[in-house]
Design a protein around this ligand. Sequence first.
Ligand code: 5GP
Length: 236
Amino acid sequence: MNKVTQLYEGKAKKVWTTEDPELLIVDYKDDATAGNGAKKGTIHDKGIINNRVTNHLMKMLEKEGVPTHLVEEISDRETIVKKVTIVPLEVIVRNIAAGSLSKRIGLPEGTPMKKTVLEYCYKDDALGDPMVNEYHILAMEWCTKEELDLIAKYALKVNEVLSAYLKEVNIQLIDFKLEFGKLSDGTIVLADEISPDTCRFWDTVTHEKLDKDRFRRDMGGEEDAYKEVMKRLMGE
Ligand code: 5GP
């Protein structure tokens, strides 16, 4: 399978069409941005790590009953995925307060949530991905009620499966962002990526941050942190 034309270039990935109209090739970059593009940089080998970590986790989720867009990893940075129409929502799941939630409601980072929190943001860079609720989503027809219920069910299942798996390698899953898409037959599948770019991972014992917050917050050590996550998950 070959890349035909570049369909899209995002902050962290390029997406190419292929000879098959139902399949795309995703190409992961080392570019890193934060603050909606305000801060730009590079995290060496991030593209390789995010490609491999995402595929490793998506394979596991497929086995656990969460359908994904994954077809096949074809190189260090490239993966064949099913073409989807992205539901324009960032679906955020939170186990422990951090980031924008801590700011919004004044909860110190690290405070466990008594119940898992699910949030939706409307995917729109120009608007800064504003938080929306189910009423907005249905009124704007970004998806149907049935689709949203399924998306919520899958997001909570992803949390259950990943939290348990990461715990075994001494990583606490603080929060994460998912994106879902619709196949041409209407099936909802998990799309985009699951990586240290899109999740907060803390070492269970030391609470050291092993994710993109190191870059966002100018802490340094992001390359080692990404490598450490890959090593703990995949033994490499
Ligand atoms: P927060 O809302 O606290 O900034 O982010 C919550 C979680 O979702 C974090 O794990 C963060 O990595 C992820 N997240 C939210 N929005 C984005 C985004 O636009 N890009 C990326 N890479 N991750 C996001």
